[in-house]
Design a protein around this ligand. Sequence first.
Ligand code: TXA
Ligand code: MG
Length: 349
Amino acid sequence: MKTQIFKVDSDNIDNTVIGKAADIIKSGGLVAFPTETVYGLGGDGLNPSASVKIYAAKGRPSDNPLILHISDLSQLSPLVSEIPENAKKLAREFWPGPLTMIFKKSDAVPKETSGGLNTVAVRFPENRIAQALIRAGGTPIAAPSANTSGRPSPTRASHVEFDLSGKIDMIIDGGACEFGLESTIVDVSGEVPCLLRPGSITLEMLREVLGRVDVDKAVVSKLDTGELPKAPGMKYTHYSPSADVVIVRGDRDKMVHKINELISQVESSLKIGVIATEENKDRYKNCEVLVIGSIKEPGTIAANLFKMLRKCDYHKIDKVFAEGLCEDELGLAIMNRLKKAAGYCIIEV
Ligand code: TXA
Ligand code: MG
């Protein structure tokens, strides 16, 4: 299959391209499109065969459900069996935006889309290209991140092209994604809301609106064998570059010292990378420094993380040391992805 790629400017959306993309969605095909979090791989969420194609293109296990993307609040109620009060509060505050909520599903959602669960994930993205596509498609769009299963989520159209070219009908290139980490997922289907995946809508922000919000264990730590996360996707290995990744965290000087010490112990034939913040970038020796952003602006780190993990592969790096962050606010989401990339290998100093 030839994958068509079109650039679209979100300030001046070319409706011819959106129309072509919408026709592909309506006829059961797949279109990758930008959102404010990461690029999504979209298909008609109410068409079971489109969902099956999504799983095949990504190489994703079919028990891992898809998020339905809507472009208007009125599209929510046909997909769910009830809209709890907590969901209304979060929608008022954070939709459109980088927040996904889990509801009890209605019969309109095919089991192929919900991965066989009786719940469904719904998100109303803010990105204008995403909204235009969902509106023109006239259907909720099922969209996982547009990467090959297991690889870092794509934050640029070039990442999607690298992973999925030849396997999908179209890629809409809308430039770099604003937030760069996948949406926050909150389960609002039970008594107490529960954070299943941290993101740019932070736990602190959710608690400010709802009061009590529980946190699924899979958000911060590796699960024991046999334990299952509430978001099925959180059980899979993720984001890992081919290189071995080790996180070093603690007091700034001790951390830099420890990373330099670890570098000196690596076999000389291996290529070493350090994922470093702007503030420490000049302090590492005998390695390639990948500058991820500024500690003073965690948003820059979130926006660059997946790009840097991909860069480790493009630069054929064998061993990566990454500076660890504090797990509050956006740090919780950044460390959740980094820990998975490192297989939870973390040295505290
Ligand atoms: O930011 C995002 O959420 C991006 C963009 C494209 O919107 N999408 C995304 O989708 O990250 P995906 O499929 O890569 O991740 C969705 C996660 C998976 O871990 C999946 O298991 C979980 O959401 N999920 C989906 N439906 C669920 C449900 N009914 N209950 C629990 N977890 C669910
Ligand atoms: Mg994903």
